[in-house]
Design a protein around this ligand. Structure first.
Ligand SMILES: NC(=O)C1=CN([C@@H]2O[C@H](COP(=O)(O)OP(=O)(O)OC[C@H]3O[C@@H](n4cnc5c(N)ncnc54)[C@H](O)[C@@H]3O)[C@@H](O)[C@H]2O)C=CC1
Ligand SMILES: O=C(O)[C@@H]1CCC=N1
Length: 261
């Protein structure tokens, strides 16, 4: 399957690197076009991708078109490729945040198979999550083709579209908050004499293992927390300090802000 990316920003680059890392897709079967040629042409050279000079050329030569631009750019992009999308059984896969299937259908041909997805940047190391919903034009064969290719990037999770904004924030935005959390811990450890690079490595491994505990043990995070807090020990003191300083309230506000569309 030839996969064409319209828009080669942070998210498209992460997905493409994940595909290339997976070694299951020929890098020259990945086509790219973006607004700034100095950016996407060099990226194509670095990863052995096929750079094309227009969105129209990209659509003509791809089986699956990944719409990876920002919401504000969607109308203009789809206006130019609308007719070409209807030729030769193409599939549109949008990663555009908060852009509904209905709206995408209005801007394209009503027979077009469309997937609406929310990936996260962890796809770059094939440890991503990719939430997806799709319209009624998607056939069994389309579904198999998309799932078999995109699962190379991480876990594929099918949801009804009405959950995509909330689940999308949990999946799409949280990497940034996890980086903030890791950075805050490794910075304070520097104050106590560790180097930033050794702190980064330790916090990353510790948080990764803790997240594995949640998913692999299937335990509630509260129970796992209790296991770490030895009576009278340091962890409970730290945990109470986090609570007293508004950690949970800050998370609530943070999540509310992501839902404010
Ligand atoms: N960054 C992330 O972690 C995630 C992003 N998304 C969604 O992915 C989309 C892209 O996000 P980012 O990569 O972060 O943004 P970005 O701003 O880094 O990338 C957008 C790219 O589109 C290009 N572009 C603009 N107009 C164009 C046009 N007419 N034709 C071709 N290319 C054009 C820009 O030059 C830029 O390279 C957004 O809709 C965002 O909501 C979804 C989940 C996670
Ligand atoms: O910040 C954003 O709007 C996009 C969607 C999820 C992650 N990045």
């Amino acid at each position: 399957m030839k996969i064409g990316f319209i828009g080669v920003g942070s998210m498209a680059k992460a997905m493409i690197k994940g595909f290339v890392n997976s070694k299951n897709i020929n890098s020259n079967d990945i086509l790219i076009h973006s607004k700034h040629s100095n950016n996407y042409v060099n990226f194509a050279k670095e990863y052995g991708l096929t750079a094309v000079s227009t969105n129209e050329e990209l659509v003509k030569n791809s089986d699956c078109i990944v719409l990876a631009v920002n919401p504000i750019q969607v109308i203009d992009v789809l206006k130019d490729i609308r007719e070409l999308l209807s030729v030769d059984n193409k599939i549109l896969l949008s990663i555009v945040w908060n852009y509904s299937l209905n709206r995408l259908e209005e801007l394209t041909d009503y027979d077009l198979p469309i997937f609406r997805t929310v990936p996260n940047v962890n796809v770059e190391v094939n440890a991503g999550s990719l939430l997806y919903a799709y319209n009624e034009n998607v056939s069994e064969e389309n579904l198999n083709d998309i799932v078999s290719n995109f699962k190379l990037l991480g876990e594929m999770i099918n949801l009804t579209e009405n959950k995509l904004n909330t689940a999308g924030a949990l999946v799409g935005c949280t990497p940034a908050y996890a980086y903030l959390f890791a950075d805050a811990f490794s910075r304070i450890a520097v104050k106590y004499g560790l180097s930033k690079s050794e702190s980064n490595k330790m916090i990353a491994q510790s948080v990764k293992g803790s997240m594995d505990m949640i998913s692999k043990s299937n335990s509630n995070p509260t129970d796992l927390m209790d296991e770490v807090c030895s009576p009278g020990g340091s962890t409970i003191k730290g945990l109470l300090a986090l609570k007293e300083n508004g950690f949970e309230k800050a998370i609530d506000k943070c999540f509310d802000a992501t839902q404010d569309n």
